[in-house]
Design a protein around this ligand. Structure first.
Ligand code: NAP
Length: 545
């Protein structure tokens, strides 16, 4: 049910009462809804989008697709669906993923418990009743004992810092807010794409196919590697399906839920010829084989990493005809894998087209948007369309967007002004009965999303069960446990190669955001074991009353 313009305003509205509210009907929120509903509690999901799927609902730009193998990314909880759903490609595109999540919602009748087109604006904890009151952007009120924020780590779109976008009179689109109600046509148009991250490298080749002219504005080049997607035949699917009983446990035992894992061998333990052959073989293999399938020292030894960077730079030079353009596309400021590695299809070849031009924002920054296009240091450039592939205020953006007030009126924004503080990425001290699934500091959604979140979501459902069975008033993070966890998360990232690069993992892409590590560097099985040990120990680190 969508929130309508006739919704009464906050002053007159009576809150709708629930036991549990889940914010977000994306990949994590859908699974959480299914599990919480099975407990027999009264649960409602509030979702800003018009349908389920989260990331795969919003990011519908041409070229959007997975770079984890489709079958490794699907839900594991429905054996019947696993038996009947055929993936058409090794790395599914957005339309197929959207269909998949719609199918899951239909099959499990999820939509009846979801309010779509409804965005939470604020949340206040009432210390007398131990309940949260949530208000939406249109003034609708909800009240619940437990709130689970499944708001996602990449759901708060980031816009360029250059001013004046509102002056621009042409068409413009952010890739994460791509229109649902019309198809965007690049044919014969002068198009600009700003941003060359994982999204940019996917959309740029698609725009180039039909645009009259494409100008790519690049702030930082990335180490993008070929995806090597391919269709899956019936025979392929039969073989893949037969492997599910081994595949899911293997993924759960892996570092981040991916089919690939670091080779225990170091690049320095093999001959140069062996190493080069291995890099060539990885280069020709699908997906992350060229990243987390490699010699493990690439992840932590700068010299080993640099040798691999040289290999990748040689590939870029081979693929891009114009040597000056190739040099602009080769990263000089960060090592391989220290930022998220984008997987691409024909990305580098796109720069060999006559209708494509690469502008480095380092040499020629955008000063402002104008009515006709952009004003750069070298003059005004006119465009019929501007595509913003400028990413997200990752990890903390979605939660900080909501005005969340906990004990003593403290706001989450204020508490996190120097970076997030959490216990296990799941709770924040001073914000009782609020749980986060897939936010900063946690494993639930960082890595291969569904694999990293599924066991955390199951753990969460069991905690919800205890809260209602034992009629608990409050579950909240112990400030001391929060301090320890936060210090541990930050310390684990210090001194790593990752820390040498400017990235979304340190908030570097958002102006004014404190430079603090926001993800979690530990392994999935260790994180899950820790959660279950904590439960065995009577929820150590949580204050329960
Ligand atoms: P991103 O990696 O943050 O890339 C954003 C791009 O826009 C970067 O090139 C960035 O430059 C540039 N940019 C940001 N602000 C700018 C500004 N004010 N002016 C000019 N340029 C600016 O975002 P993304 O590409 O959307 O990817 C985000 C995440 O989404 C990825 O890490 C990945 O986890 C996920 N993703 C996954 C897939 C997939 O599974 N296949 C596909 C797409 C995205 P700088 O590098 O200098 O900041």
């Amino acid at each position: 049910m969508a929130e309508t313009a006739t919704t009464p305003d906050a002053a007159t509205a009576t809150p709708q009462e629930y036991d549990v509210i889940i914010i977000g009907a994306g990949v994590t929120g859908m699974h959480q809804l299914k599990l919480v509903r099975e407990l027999g509690v009264n649960v409602r999901v509030i979702e800003a989008g018009g349908d389920v799927g989260g990331t795969w609902y919003w990011n519908r730009y041409p070229g959007a697709r997975l770079d984890s193998e489709s079958y490794s990314y699907q839900y594991a909880f429905d054996p019947e669906l696993l038996g009947e759903w055929d993936w058409s490609e090794m790395f599914a595109g957005q339309p197929e993923l959207e269909r998949y999540y719609q199918r899951v919602a239909d099959k499990h009748d999820l939509r009846k418990d979801i309010d779509f087109d409804t965005r939470v604006e604020s949340m206040v904890f009432d210390e007398q009743t131990n309940r949260w009151t949530l208000q939406t952007t249109r003034g609708k009120l909800y009240r619940a004992k437990v709130v689970i924020a499944a708001t996602g780590i990449l759901s708060d779109p980031l816009f360029p810092t250059a001013p004046g976008l509102e002056k621009y009179e042409g068409e413009w689109y952010h890739t994460a807010l791509w229109p649902h109600d019309k198809s965007v046509d690049f044919t014969g148009k002068r198009v600009a794409v700003i941003g060359t991250g994982a999204t940019g490298v996917q959309v740029i080749p698609k725009v180039a196919e039909t645009a009259a002219h494409l100008t790519v504005f690049q702030r930082t080049p990335n180490w993008a590697v070929p995806l090597r997607n391919r269709p899956l035949s019936d025979q392929d699917m039969a073989q893949i399906r037969a492997g599910y009983p081994e595949m899911f446990p293997k993924l759960r035992a892996s570092f981040s839920g991916f089919l690939h894992s670091w080779d225990p061998v170091k690049s320095t333990d093999v001959t140069e010829a062996e190493r080069d052959a291995r890099y060539e073989q990885a280069w020709n293999s699908p997906g992350f084989a060229k990243w987390i399938g490699l010699y493990n020292d690439i992840a932590y030894n700068a010299e080993a990493n640099r040798i691999y960077c040289d290999f990748l730079a040689s590939k870029i030079r081979e693929r891009v005809d114009d040597p000056a353009t190739a040099e602009k596309l080769i990263p000089k400021d960060h090592l391989f894998g220290t930022k998220r590695v984008p997987c691409e299809t024909n990305y580098y070849e796109t720069y060999n087209r006559d209708n494509v031009e690469l502008v480095s924002l380092r040499d020629n920054p955008i000063k402002e948007f104008t009515a006709k296009g952009v004003l750069t240091a070298e003059g005004e450039l006119e465009f019929d369309m501007i595509v913003l592939a400028t990413g997200f205020d990752a990890f903390t953006g979605a939660l900080n967007k909501i005005d969340i007030r906990g004990l003593d009126g403290q706001t989450l924004r204020d508490k996190w002004k120097d970076g997030p503080h959490t216990y296990l990425g799941i709770q924040v001290a001073g914000f009782p009965n609020l749980f986060v699934m897939g936010g900063p500091h946690g494993k639930g959604g960082h890595g291969n999303g569904p694999r990293c979140s599924e066991q955390v979501v199951e753990w969460m459902a069991e905690l919800v069960k205890e809260i209602f069975e034992r009629q608990l008033d409050r579950v909240e993070a112990d400030p001391e446990a929060e301090r320890e966890w936060t210090e541990q998360v930050v310390a684990a990232a210090a001194g790593t190669l990752q820390a040498t690069a400017k990235s979304i993992f340190f908030g570097d892409n958002v102006e004014g955001k404190p430079r603090v590590y926001v993800a979690y560097l530990g392994a999935l099985p260790e994180f899950v074991k820790r959660l279950y040990d904590i439960r065995e120990g009577g929820y150590r680190g949580f204050i329960i009353s």
